[in-house]
Design a binder for this molecule. Structure first.
Ligand SMILES: N[C@@H](CCC[C@H](N)C(=O)O)C(=O)O
Length: 259
């Protein structure tokens, strides 16, 4: 069967997008792995299906798969790219509402940015000098000096596969606060490598850095290897609400696949 796809990227976190409102694409781990493969396929960190939502309030539903072919938890950059895709498909214009695996998301659309509301965070766990929190996906945060010298794949995998996180695993974000901006590099679960950016990850870093008093202005400015993002929120002690992730999201190319 022939299926039309689109490739999107948001600060270098890249995704294969399929308009699946008619249910033509049947989820298959091996097929998704092949499509995301950078040598044998299109190449992407994940694949996202835009589907009809059961909730009449929604414009659409988001179904996210990591490049390992497995459905996973929320993808912030993927959500921003999906809103841009929905704009391209004329489903939405200036705002969007959709449901993803972690619940409802609101978005605002601008020419050069998509602003995506993320889930509230009810708890930041302190693990010595490190932190863990869930922003729709799980994130372990490590503050580190000389971030550019770090072997993110090796150090990230050691935490992702450790006894604490076991089979379910976690994403790992390394952060170095530098002159009003947080430098962030991410090891992504399900890609099992460093990615150029991670939306739920930088959101977790922004919240953990504020909680740990290592950063104290809003919006939080983040630099990833793939580009810059901003995060804003309201803080009440350990509770973070009205969390917004903002940054660019764009279509790169389109094509047709045989599935
Ligand atoms: N790239 C993502 C996170 C995607 C989910 C992650 N790989 C997981 O399985 O937890 C983002 O932008 O948030």
């Amino acid at each position: 069967m022939t299926v039309k796809f689109y490739k999107y990227q948001g600060t270098g976190n890249d995704f294969v997008m399929i308009d699946n409102r008619e249910g033509i694409f049947k989820n298959d781990t091996k097929v998704i792995q092949r499509l995301c493969d950078r040598k044998f396929g299109i190449g992407a960190d994940g694949l996202i299906l835009l589907e009809n939502s059961e909730d009449p309030e929604d414009d659409f539903k988001m179904v996210y798969f990591n490049s390992d072919g497995n459905q996973s938890t929320m993808c912030g950059n993927g959500g921003r790219c999906l809103v841009r895709f929905a704009e391209f498909l004329n489903i939405v214009e200036k705002t969007a509402i959709f449901t993803a695996i972690d619940g409802k998301h609101h978005a605002k659309i601008e020419a050069d940015k998509i602003h995506l509301q993320m889930q509230d965070v009810a708890e930041v766990k302190e693990l010595g000098t490190e932190y863990f929190l869930d922003t729709g996906s799980p994130h372990h945060i490590v503050f580190t000096p000389e971030i550019q010298q770090l072997d993110v794949k090796k150090e990230g995998a050691a935490i992702r596969y450790n006894e604490v996180y076991k089979a379910e695993g976690t994403n790992v974000n390394f952060v170095e606060p530098q002159d009003e901006i947080l430098q962030v590099r991410t090891y992504e679960r399900g890609v099992e490598d460093e990615t150029l950016s991670c939306g739920t990850g930088v959101t977790a870093v922004a919240i953990a850095s504020t909680y740990a008093k290592k950063y104290n202005s809003l919006p939080v400015k983040i630099q990833t290897p793939g580009g810059n993002l901003e995060i804003s929120f309201k803080q009440n002690g350990n509770q973070f609400t009205d969390v917004w992730l903002s940054g660019p999201a764009e279509q790169v190319f389109e094509g047709v696949i045989e599935c």
